[in-house]
Design a protein around this ligand. Structure first.
Ligand code: ARG
Length: 512
């Protein structure tokens, strides 16, 4: 069935249906479509376009559709052009002729834009909740790691020792920026397009503010053309997910390297590794490789949607139907990777002796030697040249560096002590640096940051749950993380940098 059959004679050619029918994928929007329709019906009733009796018939039918969707009994027909058609058809079957009034003052153009914003708001918050769950795992592993250290690398060459906790939290902070971006995208997309109609609004007395409020949106659209043609939020969401994917990919790449026999820094738990169909001895890091591999696809989705958008004249164009599959896929792929990586990091076994042996290489404290000379009054450039000369000598003459250092009049025993195992990392005292003192402080700051982000997410999730209409939308799963504040003070959560940010956590974990 199409919603526009009056205008064109006969049905769609089969190849046109094959090209344009979207119900196979936009059924993902079904609960949001029901939520949008309920708000629309209430809006029509409020302004007298529908009688109360008509509205309650339509709301009852929509509620039944919601139940059928939740129980898996809703039947999408191959003849339904899209999810909007399928739901309107079913409402009409259930409610009778009043079903013909459901679409009054509405177009699929404002309808689909509304559905996709509702879907994105919920889904991006769920993704952010899963990022926080992964950050929690990193935090736990970082704290457990205590004073364990490993080589830090630049250019993938051993550079200076760093605490393992410092290294793990480096990934944690990148993920914190992802959470921040996802929340910012949700805040920016939190505008209702419903009431914009096909492109210009309606002659009927619609109330877009009321409808926006019903759906828990922060505001209604300002411009109807923009409302139906804007997919910035899809592009932004895809960028957020692609960059998050890039971070997960870098984590994956590291696990791939660290779990090799050559590196030997970790062993994966069997549940988070795979075998080979031919080589009986193999234990492969496929989870980490897939985290790396999925990212190409995420970047591709962003590029694809930006390319689709770039040539579009105002306002709605059918090209916009191409926004959904990339977005749905990006969200589900990222979520799958987040969950698997969280399990991998939760269970991976670190080999600290091996890490520390690599970090205690004979030259790993070279810069500390130069800094000892600086402390004794040598300009850094000269100190650097002197130590570089000793390292070169040690390699060329096969003499341990420590012997050359001991024999050097400006370094002597004090210099030799700097080369003792574990000394170099303990001397990294710069705030934010890699040694035990700043890392202990960093852990506290990271804990506070997670609390703030949990409460920011919770405020948004509460707003969604408080919205009167989407009562048939599935409630988000409980966050397994530790407690975070849950008072809903305002629509906007505290800034991560603000004082409020460190307020204590009075209530159980938010549902994200
Ligand atoms: N399936 C369409 C989409 O995703 C719904 C809107 C159709 N609007 C129209 N004027 N044909 O964009």
């Amino acid at each position: 069935m199409t919603l526009w059959q009056g205008r064109l004679a006969g049905g769609m050619a089969d190849e046109v249906a094959e090209l344009s029918v979207s119900v196979s994928f936009d059924r993902e929007l079904a609960i949001d479509d029901v939520a949008g329709s309920k708000a629309h019906v209430r809006g029509l009733a409020k302004t007298g376009i529908l009688s109360d009796g008509e509205a309650s018939l339509l709301l009852g039918a929509l509620e039944q559709v919601a139940e059928e969707l939740a129980s898996g009994l809703f039947v999408f027909r191959p003849t339904d052009e899209d999810v909007h058609t399928a739901i309107e058809r079913r409402v009409t079957e259930l409610a009778g002729e009043v079903g013909a009034k459901l679409h009054t003052g509405r177009s699929r153009n404002d309808q689909v834009a509304t559905d996709l914003r509702l879907w994105s708001r919920r889904s991006l918050l769920e993704v952010a909740g899963e990022v926080v769950a992964l950050q929690d795992v990193l935090l736990r592993r970082a704290t457990e790691a205590g004073d364990a250290y490993l080589p830090g690398y630049t250019h993938l060459q051993r550079a200076q020792p760093v605490l393992l906790g410092h290294h793990l939290l480096a990934h944690g902070w990148a993920l914190a920026r992802d959470v921040d971006r996802l929340i910012a995208t949700v805040e920016r997309l939190d505008t209702s397009p419903l009431g914009a109609g096909a492109l210009a609004g309606s002659s009927l007395p619609l109330d877009p503010d009321f409808v926006a409020e019903q759906l828990g949106f922060a505001a209604r659209f300002e411009n109807s053309l923009d409302a139906v043609g804007d997919r910035d939020f899809v592009a932004e969401a895809l960028f957020d997910l692609a960059l998050l994917g890039v971070h997960l990919s870098r984590m994956g790449e590291e696990v791939v390297l660290w779990s090799t026999e050559e590196w030997g820094f970790c062993t994966l738990d069997d549940a988070y590794a795979t075998g080979s169909s031919m080589l009986p001895q193999k234990k492969n890091p496929d989870v980490a490789e897939l985290a790396r591999g999925k990212t190409g696809r995420l970047v591709g989705h962003l590029t694809g949607v930006l390319t689709t958008l770039k040539g579009l004249p105002l306002a709605y164009n059918r090209d916009l139907q191409e926004d959904k599959e990339p977005l749905f896929d990006a969200v589900s792929q990222v979520r799958a990777v987040l969950r698997a990586l969280a399990g991998l990091y939760r269970t991976v076994e670190w080999h600290q002796e091996r890490m520390q042996a690599a970090a205690d290489g004979p030259t790993s404290a070279s810069v500390d030697l130069a800094e000892l000379l600086v402390a004794r009054g040598t300009p850094f450039r000269q100190a650097h040249a002197l130590v570089a000369g000793l390292v070169r000598d040690s390699i060329a003459r096969h003499v341990p560096l420590v012997e050359l250092v001991q024999a050097h009049p400006d370094l002597g025993e004090a210099g030799a002590q700097l080369l003792e195992p574990g000394v170099a990392v303990s001397r990294r005292t710069t705030p934010g640096g890699a040694g035990p003192v700043p890392v202990a402080d960093q852990v506290e700051r990271f804990v506070r940051r997670l609390d703030v982000d949990r409460s920011r997410l919770e405020i948004h999730v509460h707003t969604l749950c408080a919205a009167p209409v989407p009562d048939s939308a599935p409630r988000p799963a409980p966050d397994p993380g530790p407690a975070g504040p849950s008072e809903v003070a305002s629509r906007r959560a505290p800034d991560p940098g603000s004082d409020q940010a460190s307020s204590p956590a009075p209530n159980p974990a938010p549902s994200v």
